[in-house]
Every structure is written in C-alpha cells, then in structure tokens.
Design a binder for this molecule. Sequence first.
Ligand SMILES: Nc1ncnc2c1ncn2[C@@H]1O[C@H](COP(=O)(O)OP(=O)(O)OP(=O)(O)O)[C@@H](O)[C@H]1O
Length: 290
Amino acid sequence: MKLFFVLNPVAGKGKSIELMSIIKRICEKENVEYMIKLTPRVGGAEDTARWGIENNYKRIIAVGGDGTVNEVVNGIVGSKTVLGVVPAGSGNDFVRSIGDPKEPEQYILDTIHGKVKTIDLGMCNDRYFINMASIGLDTQVAIRTQKTKKYFSGSLAYLVSALLTIFSYKGWDLNIQIDDQAFHAKTLLTAIANGKFYGGGVLPAPDAKLDDGYFDICHVKHMSKEKMFRVLPKYMKGKHRDIKEVQLVKGKEILITSDNPFPLNLDGEVSITNKAHFKLIEKGIDIIVP
Ligand SMILES: Nc1ncnc2c1ncn2[C@@H]1O[C@H](COP(=O)(O)OP(=O)(O)OP(=O)(O)O)[C@@H](O)[C@H]1O
C-alpha cells in the first residue's frame, strides 16, 4: 500500500520537520512505498492532499496538528481515501480521541500497519471538521491570540487574550436549533463535538464518540464573570456536567444564527459569521487507527 505523507513544516513550532527523517527510515525499513510532501503555505495541506489523490495514493497521512488534519480532511472528503495522522502539532487533540498517546516512531509504525475504521464527520456551512467546532468565548480568545502573538510569545499571548476577552465579555445572543428543539439563549460558549477534546486537552464533551452517529453538544449559558472563573477550570477537566448553566445533549443537525456576528472555530480554524449550520455525516470518513 503506497503512503502519502502531507507534512506541515511549521506545525508544533517545527516539531513535525524533525519527523521527516524518521518517516523515511521507518518506511524504508518496513519496505513501504511512500512519498512525503511539505505543505507550502497556510491552508496548503488541502491542495497537497488532493495532489495525492490525483496521483493514486489511497492512504494520506497528515503530519502536523489539528489544523493540518482539518485541511487534509477537506482535501480528501468524498474520495474514499483513508486518513492517517501522525501528531506533530501543539495541541494534537484529534488523536486523543483515537487512543493512548504514543511516541512518534510508534505512530508511524502503527500507521503503516494500522487497521481502517469508519468514523463520523462534521460539516459546518461548506467546510468539514473531524474533531470539534465551537462558538463563543473560547473562539474569541483564539481570534484575539492571532493579534496578540505579534507582541507576546506563545502562552503569554494566549493569557493576555484570555484576560482581555473575559473582561470585555458580554455574551452572544444566539438562536439555536438542535434537531427539532429551538431556543434563544444568551451564550458563553457552545461546543459541537465529534471527538472529545480541543484546546490542548480541554474536555467539553466527555461522552463524545467518533463513531456513534451523533454530535455531543455542550451549551454553556451566559453567567457572571465571577462564576466564569469558577466554572472554566471544571469545563477544562470535563467536570462541568452538573453546573446549572450547562446543557449537554446529543444531536445530528444544529443551526445557530444571530443578528450580530459571532466567532466560529472548526478544528482550530477560526472565522466570524452570522450563521453556522452543522450537519453530522454518519460514517463520513475512513481513518487509520494506530
Ligand atoms: N508552509 C507553511 N507555512 C506557514 N504556515 C503553514 C505552512 N503549512 C501549513 N501552515 C499552517 O500552519 C498552521 C498550523 O498548523 P497545525 O494546526 O497543524 O499545527 P499546530 O497549530 O502546531 O497544532 P495544533 O492545531 O494541534 O495545536 C495551519 O493554519 C496551516 O495552514
């Protein structure tokens, strides 16, 4: 089986590029036909993955973080190509829902010999996501971090953005429809989960399963800033189930609209929109389970 590795050279602050020689060594030792291509630019993994399909590769392995995985998914969806992941980003949240963490060498070996499993896929408006979508405070922090990164280094940029976002926070007025249940809510955040984790191990949907035919939706209503500081640590650990403002439900189709634009995150890629229409695509993609 020919393998095509789509490697993002800037993922994980360059961690991924170090894997190139390891991938070569393992593929040669295992006598596997392979090709590695580096992604050329932001958003470039999608086209690189399509190049792999056009050149008859049936297994395409994303080497990078969740952003790279998301781009490869959008490049291969509908093609019957199998997705593999060698985690080499900063968060690597998607693979946390597949199994126990391993050393990169083991991921590469297991990806060569791994089994194929069909899992669900998410769609939002015209984009696909494989792990997690969210709207609200967390996404606003991510958007702000893109700006503060110009002035501060990694974790400090995130901390400054989180504080600025919390102190200017007013909540988002959202019209939400989950299957046939519609409501209006002033919202702190909403996570729409296929996988369990995002943001480097944050656990909004502890019961989410990649292959159960449902999204797990975590809706957190508006609350005071004082309460937010108490609730967010619980949310991060997945211990937020009993909080009054938290609703955890399952669903297949979710429509979120608002008169005011709101921040939207799909597998870590962020944008601003007035409408997010999510659909679960049952058994939408085949992945290699290491
Ligand atoms: N050649 C390149 N130059 C600059 N950016 C690139 C290049 N190739 C890909 N990218 C971009 O790098 C970004 C980060 O990639 P990715 O999310 O995989 O890594 P990460 O942020 O380290 O990990 P994680 O999302 O798991 O925290 C993506 O937005 C991707 O489009």
